[in-house]
Write a protein that binds this ligand. Structure first.
Ligand code: HEC
Ligand code: HEC
Length: 326
């Protein structure tokens, strides 16, 4: 019996030691670094900064960047505290993306911005950027160039400003996840073209899956997203991901927006859908809740195309409990 306990004790001690060594290893290793593999075309990229591209970039970024990077204090894109990131990940700030050469991105080349937005790898260091900064692997070349053109534009919100939060210090959980779960995305294997705008379903698929990434919030779990083949994401458009409100406490569950008549939006009219997506208006009155933002930058044609595309997405029966913790 004594011998048995001795063996048990040694085994347990060994396991504790092993776990301790692993924790220490992750703590020291930190966020992993990757080789920066920019092609010559990316290294030499110079986007066209004309009024058409700037306007398009502003439209896209108003839906995809501004919400996180805008500061009410400076009224510029100098970054902000992200209150909606769960507490266990520690405090996270979005950073300064104004044209300031030291504190912002004034010194990044077009190619570096392109590479970073596509892959999530910092071109200067090879460090992977944690998932709180999204990646844009499915956006068309022209749209991503437009976003970069806008970053270069005289938009007053982008004017150089030295306000800066200290660099984020990832905690153990983030380091762990970035080592075992989250990986950088590969560059597109071939250029991503604009959709054929006369093909309603193709346009809707691009807007929903490619440009905005509606599926990312509206599927089963952020951890099981398939970034390269969205339709293979578990619970595709069936909702159920619990997201945090800006108070950092209230859970808001994403809606099932497949065409299921009972648990999805199968009974909605096209017009109700347009009003919800564009202005966050609920068919029953009132407004949809954060983080479902109004997508005023989308045209009516684009939203109707998304509606047409959603008709082709396999229906999922999933009743979502909407608000939690209130
Ligand atoms: C959900 C919030 C969120 C959205 C949306 C978002 N970002 Fe970020 N971004 C962040 C966070 C958080 C960081 C800091 C990441 C880190 O800790 O390294 C960041 C970092 C960056 C950086 C690196 C800045 C630096 O100085 O190192 C750039 C460039 C950037 N974002 C550009 C963009 C652009 C362009 C868009 C839209 C196409 C965008 N971001 C959308 C949250 C966001
Ligand atoms: C950042 C996460 C996020 C993104 C991106 C997002 N949604 Fe939502 N969406 C939500 C949440 C959360 C709700 C639930 C809000 C509520 O219940 O008040 C919601 C609700 C909806 C609803 C209302 C459904 C209902 O039954 O009330 C529709 C329609 C919708 N989203 C469509 C879209 C479309 C289309 C896109 C892309 C253009 C999109 N969403 C992008 C998070 C998101």
């Amino acid at each position: 019996m004594k011998r048995f306990f001795k063996i048990l004790l040694y085994t347990l001690g060994f396991i504790v030691l092993l776990v301790g060594a692993f924790v220490l290893y992750i703590q020291i290793k930190g966020i992993p670094k990757y080789p920066v593999e920019m092609t010559d075309a990316i290294k030499n990229l110079k986007v066209t900064v004309d009024s058409a591209h700037i306007a398009e970039g502003k439209r896209i970024s108003s839906m995809l960047c501004r919400e996180c990077h805008y500061s009410t204090e400076t009224q510029k894109l100098t970054g902000s505290f992200r209150a909606d990131i769960p507490k266990e990940f520690g405090d996270t700030y979005s950073l300064n993306i104004t044209q300031d050469k030291t504190h912002g991105i004034g010194n990044w080349t077009d190619g570096e911005l392109y590479y970073f937005l596509r892959t999530g790898i910092r071109p200067q260091t090879g460090a992977y950027v944690p998932p709180f900064m999204p990646k844009f692997p499915r956006m068309s070349e022209d749209d991503i160039h437009s976003v970069i053109a806008w970053l270069r534009s005289p938009d007053p919100e982008l004017a150089a400003d030295s306000h800066e939060f200290p660099a984020n210090k990832p905690n153990f959980l983030i380091k762990l996840l970035c080592n075992i779960a989250f990986k950088p995305l590969p560059l597109p294997s071939r250029p991503i073209m604009e959709p054929d705008t006369t093909d309603k379903v193709a346009l809707g698929k691009y807007v929903a899956d490619g440009m905005i990434g509606c599926f990312a919030c509206h599927s089963a779990d952020l951890k099981t997203l398939n970034d390269l083949e969205p339709e293979k994401t578990p619970g595709f458009y069936g909702g159920g991901t619990v997201m945090l409100d800006l108070d950092g406490k209230t859970g808001v569950t994403t809606a099932n927006i497949t065409m299921d008549k009972e648990t999805g939006i199968g009974n909605w009219t096209e017009q109700q859908f347009v009003e919800a997506v564009r202005y966050s208006k609920k068919p029953t009155g009132g407004l949809l809740h954060y983080p479902m933002l109004p997508h005023a930058g989308l045209s009516e044609t684009e939203i109707k195309a998304v509606y047409a595309y959603l008709q082709t997405v396999p229906v999922i029966q999933n009743k979502v409990e909407r608000y939690q913790g209130k």
